[in-house]
Design a protein around this ligand. Structure first.
Ligand code: SAM
Length: 277
């Protein structure tokens, strides 16, 4: 009998379905419904609250693009904070960068970390690295308690529902700003420009009110709604569009490279219009 998993409801009127060959794990955690399934098309997948989080086939695109654009914009990133991201994909990318001395992961749901280590070792493989610190607490509280500490903060959150609602609010962005050093960089995943026409201008306005250099950039993530995904970056000092790549380290990536970095900031008119709203 065929089994299909369907992501429905997060974008009203849209369903994204994938054939499942095996359900490896399912549980209700203290925060959300968590499932790991094998699929013929996308390989192993992590789902939270019936929404696709990541797949072995395309995870490299999202994880490289949420991490390396900021890490290469900053001249010397040493201490990096990830809020959310309990699968470990962003952390794996961050510690590829040779200047990084400490990567801190703050994931509210301990089970996402534990289950990712068990079922998604290709993604979670860096979580036990000596440079990595994992805290299973609420990221909203964590940034409130830390000031002037990080070079880069990445918000690798779920969609703005449940415990992630506060990760899209102005007060959280202000606390992230204060948790960054004087030349720090902030990046948040900010959903699809096709289906999140309200959210993207709101986040852009909030980030623009804090940082002198604010930009949106794009990546193509096949398993997310529409495939076209935005990241919003606020930078206190470094301009991501004026990076001297001759001074940047090289390491192995599958999607990110210096041309992709530059091209990611080229916005189609409809996205430009969204942020000018
Ligand atoms: N790349 C994914 C996407 O865009 O679909 C996000 C993946 S990652 C697994 C998102 C994580 O954010 C989840 O594991 C969730 O538990 C975590 N999260 C949600 N709200 C949080 C909060 N307030 N503090 C820390 N982590 C949070």
């Amino acid at each position: 009998m065929e089994l299909w998993y369907s992501e429905r409801g997060i974008v009203p009127g849209l369903a994204l379905s994938v054939e499942v060959s095996k359900v490896l794990h399912e549980e209700q955690t203290d925060f959300q419904h968590l499932a790991v399934v094998d699929t013929p098309l996308c390989g192993r997948m992590l789902w939270l609250d019936n929404i696709i989080m990541t797949s072995i086939k395309d995870e490299f695109i999202y994880h490289e693009m949420i991490s390396h654009v900021a890490l290469n914009t900053h001249e010397n990133p040493k201490k990096v904070l990830v809020i959310g991201g309990g699968d470990g994909g962003a952390i794996r990318e961050i510690i590829k960068h040779p200047s990084v001395e400490k990567a801190v992961l703050v994931e509210i749901d301990r089970r996402v970390v534990e289950v990712s280590k068990e079922y998604l070792p290709e993604i979670a493989c860096a979580l036990d690295d000596p440079k990595v610190e994992v805290h299973c607490v609420d990221g909203i509280q964590y940034v409130r308690d830390h000031k002037n500490e990080f070079d880069v903060i990445l918000v690798d959150s779920t969609d703005p529902i449940g415990p992630a609602v506060g990760l899209f609010e102005g007060s959280f962005y202000k606390n992230c700003y204060d948790a960054l050093k004087e030349d720090g960089i902030f990046v948040a995943q900010t959903e699809s420009p096709y289906y999140n026409e309200e959210l993207i201008p709101k986040v852009n306005k909030d980030i623009r009110s804090l940082y002198p250099i604010t930009n949106i950039y794009l990546a193509y993530v096949p398993t997310y709604p529409s495939g076209c995904w935005t990241f919003t970056m606020g930078s206190k000092k470094y301009d991501p569009k004026a990076v001297d790549f001759s001074t940047r380290p090289s390491y192995k990536t599958r999607y990110y490279n210096h041309d992709v970095h530059k091209a990611a900031f080229a916005l189609p008119n409809f996205v430009q219009e969204l942020i000018n709203k």
